[in-house]
Design a protein around this ligand. Structure first.
Ligand code: CP
Ligand code: NVA
Length: 311
């Protein structure tokens, strides 16, 4: 049995298999052919943080695959009142067929997975957002970009870490520009650079958004204040001064470059209104693709269940 906790746990081929499944199921869905790949399966969806896209896409996705989603807000289940993650895992995974969790520390989802009898999917932690980055890759392919130079401008956060792992595994060029003090995590960087040696990915870091964006095919960013960092807002907004993706910055990218944003977007901070609206087609295709990419991931995980796991 495999869990989907981080891109780093998969080979390039495995990641591409998931993307191919997503593409196939997307075509079927567009033709209103709802193939019940996960018939009668239940997806438990545990949320310790807010969500629009992750909740709607997983719930709709599992339904369209023939199953049902259970929305479990930590405010409403005993987890929120202190029931341990490992007990929650041992209970829920005896009843449902797959679990998606959005939580804080990566160690919490790792612990859930350790005690789970069913595949666990990371729907965002403080460290990673792997389903988002698979979606971004699918979106780039649909925009006709196959071997991109990607520029990530902004916070060295869960989204940046997931870009690092994807680039390192698939072998495309990634340039990360963060303000001083907001760089990516050292351990994540060194793991990614190890994988990059194998894949040949050229990954570079700077404190210069212009240098990162010059000639890039894909420019991307994320909020400067992630969920759980609300108290740091004032300090962060000052530190990120100069990191807005605006028309001046986009002008340095390749002609026809796309702009991606995982959303929600804060206009006037990490992205200007003009850039956002000029690239709305790509951004909302990316949002829709959460539905399709995650179906590919769920079906792939279902195909890789260890058959003798049930005692
Ligand atoms: N991009 C993303 O994960 O959005 P939500 O927080 O709305 O789920
Ligand atoms: N970095 C953001 C992503 C939101 C989808 C956060 O963690 O809040």
């Amino acid at each position: 049995m495999r869990h989907f906790l981080s891109i780093k746990d998969f080979t390039k081929n495995e990641l591409l298999e998931m993307i191919e499944l997503a593409q196939k199921i997307k075509i079927q869905t567009k033709k209103r052919e709802f193939v019940p790949y996960l018939e009668h399966q239940t997806l438990g969806m545990i949320f310790e943080k807010s969500s629009t896209r992750t909740r709607v896409s997983f719930e709709t996705g599992i339904y369209q695959l023939g199953g049902v989603g259970l929305f479990l807000s930590s405010n409403d289940i005993q987890l929120g009142r202190g029931e341990p993650m490992k007990d929650t895992a041992r209970v829920i995974s005896r009843m449902v067929d797959m679990v998606m969790i959005r939580t804080f520390e990566q160690s919490k989802i790792d612990e859930f997975a350790k005690y789970s009898k069913v595949p666990v999917i990371n729907g965002l932690t403080d460290s990673y957002h792997p389903v988002q980055i698979m979606t971004d890759y699918l979106t780039m392919l649909e925009c006709g970009i196959t071997n991109p130079v990607v520029a990530y401008v902004g916070d060295g956060n869960n989204i940046a870490h997931s870009w690092l792992m994807l680039s390192a595994k698939l072998g495309f060029e990634l340039r990360v520009a963060t303000p001083k003090g907001y760089e990516c995590d050292d351990e994540v960087v060194s793991t990614a650079l190890e994988f990059a040696k194998e894949s040949g990915a050229n990954i570079t870091f700077s404190h210069d958004p212009k240098e990162a964006v010059k000639g890039a095919d894909v420019v991307t960013t994320d909020t400067w204040v992630s969920m759980g960092q609300e108290d740091e807002k004032e300090v962060r907004l000052k530190a990120f001064n100069g990191y807005i993706v605006d028309n001046n910055l986009m002008a340095l990218a390749q002609d026809g470059a796309i702009f991606l944003h995982c959303l929600p977007a804060y206009r006037g901070y990490e992205v200007s209104e003009e850039v956002f609206e000029a690239h709305a087609d790509e951004i909302f295709l990316e949002a829709e693709n959460r539905l399709h990419a995650q179906k590919g991931i769920m079906v792939w995980l279902d195909n890789h269940r260890d058959e003798d796991i049930d005692e």
